[in-house]
Structures are given as structure tokens and as C-alpha cells.
Design a protein around this ligand. Structure first.
Ligand code: NI
Ligand code: MN
Length: 225
């Protein structure tokens, strides 16, 4: 499994020969100006919630790639009504896709579209694929529901928001990594705007002091699991 960070909460995941994009918000992110959305491959686009900083580039990429948009029922329905391929899910449900098993799990946040349309309730994803399992938390507060995840899935990586203000901060993300029983963490949802700027060295040290590995990737770079 290969995971590429495209800035903010945007991820590319290659698993079992399938290309997945998560929450594409790239074309308006000055820090991701070197990423060309027209070059990104996508068989599936996973959306955690409907906020503009998670869906901005969905329509451009899905129009070009014909990717299947996977999200909660309301977000899937919104794009389905516009003629895009979509797959609706809801909290607690799983589906076996080409790339592996995907579960939509709870997040504590909100989820309206920029145009005011109802975006259902926000979530995160657990992907079980190619003998590696990852958790993509989405925008969320720390929540006890995270403790349910390791009861079903042994995680190899937890992708957690750490930027504070709209989501967990570093300290809450450390507790979240305990809740999901995973010591390997990819941080996201930081630095994009003034509200969520963080001190990288301080964040990495705080995780390190708890015996955990926080990775902060350069935009466009990847890790292999
Ligand atoms: Ni949000
Ligand atoms: Mn966000």
C-alpha cells in the first residue's frame, strides 16, 4: 500500500493496483501548487464530509477519471444527482471493493456543502487492503468511538488531524492513537490556513515522548506500508 500526501487532508492511496483519492482539496491550496490535479489517477474518490476544504476538486477529477465517489448516503446522493458514479455508505457499514474492505466510521464534526446542501454526518474510513490496514480519521474531535476500531481491525497506520481549531490538536491526537491502538501516525489537516498552523518539531517530539512515530510528509511525497 502506497500513501501520498497531497496537502491539507488530501491523500492518494494505491492498493491492489487501484488508485484512491481522499478529500481532494488541491487546486486552491497554495502549498500544493506543484500538484497538477489533471495528472492524478483515481478509480475511487473517498469523501469524509462535504466541507469545501475536502471536496473542492472532486467534480474536476471525477469528470476526467469517471471515478466512483464513495461517502455517506447524502454526499453520494448529491454527486449521483449530478451524474457522477457514486457509492453510498453510512456509519458502521462496510463494503468489499476491488481494493479491499472499506468501513465508514464515526467522526465528531459537521458536514454541509459550500452551497448549503445537506452533507449528512461526517465520518472517517478504515481500509483493510493488501494485508495492511489504515484508519483515515477525517476532520474530527477526539471521541471514545475510536476505541471501537481496534476491536475489529489491527491498524498499521492511523491518519489523524493535528491542526487544532477545527479538529483535534496534537495532544488529543496522541490520545486518539492510543484509542485506535496504533503507534504509527501520519498527521494531516495542519498548516493550510492560519487557524491550523503547527510547530512540526514540537508535534513530532510530543508523539516521540509517548513512544509513537508521527510522520509529516512533504506535499507530493509518499510512504509505503
Ligand atoms: Ni471540515
Ligand atoms: Mn477540514
Amino acid at each position: 500500500m502506497k500513501i501520498t500526501f497531497y496537502g491539507h487532508a488530501s491523500l492518494g492511496i494505491e492498493v491492489n493496483g487501484t488508485h484512491i483519492l481522499v478529500d481532494p482539496y488541491i487546486s486552491a491550496n497554495d502549498k500544493a501548487a506543484h500538484i497538477d490535479i489533471d495528472s492524478l489517477k483515481a478509480d475511487f474518490i473517498l469523501l469524509t464530509h462535504a466541507h469545501g476544504d475536502h471536496i473542492l476538486d472532486v467534480e474536476a477529477i471525477a469528470t476526467r477519471t469517471n471515478a466512483v465517489i464513495v461517502s455517506n448516503a447524502e454526499i453520494a446522493g448529491y454527486y449521483g444527482a449530478k451524474g457522477f458514479q457514486s457509492h453510498p455508505m453510512n456509519h458502521g457499514g462496510s463494503w468489499n471493493f476491488d481494493f479491499g474492505k472499506l468501513k465508514y466510521v464515526n467522526a465528531i464534526h459537521s458536514s454541509s456543502f459550500p452551497d448549503g446542501s445537506y452533507g449528512g454526518n461526517p465520518g472517517g474510513f478504515v481500509i483493510e487492503g493488501e494485508h495492511k490496514n489504515i484508519y483515515i480519521a477525517g476532520d474530527t474531535a477526539l471521541t471514545m468511538d475510536m476505541k471501537l476500531i481496534p476491536m475489529r481491525t489491527k491498524l498499521d497506520l492511523a491518519i489523524l488531524p493535528i491542526g487544532d481549531n477545527f479538529t483535534m490538536d496534537v495532544e488529543d491526537a496522541i490520545i486518539a492513537s492510543d484509542f485506535v491502538d496504533c503507534d504509527k501516525i501520519l498527521g494531516y489537516h495542519y498548516d493550510t490556513f492560519g487557524y491550523i498552523e503547527i510547530d512540526h518539531e514540537d508535534a513530532i517530539r510530543k508523539f516521540f515522548n509517548k513512544g509513537k512515530d508521527l510522520m509529516l510528509l512533504e506535499i507530493g511525497s509518499s510512504i509505503e506500508l
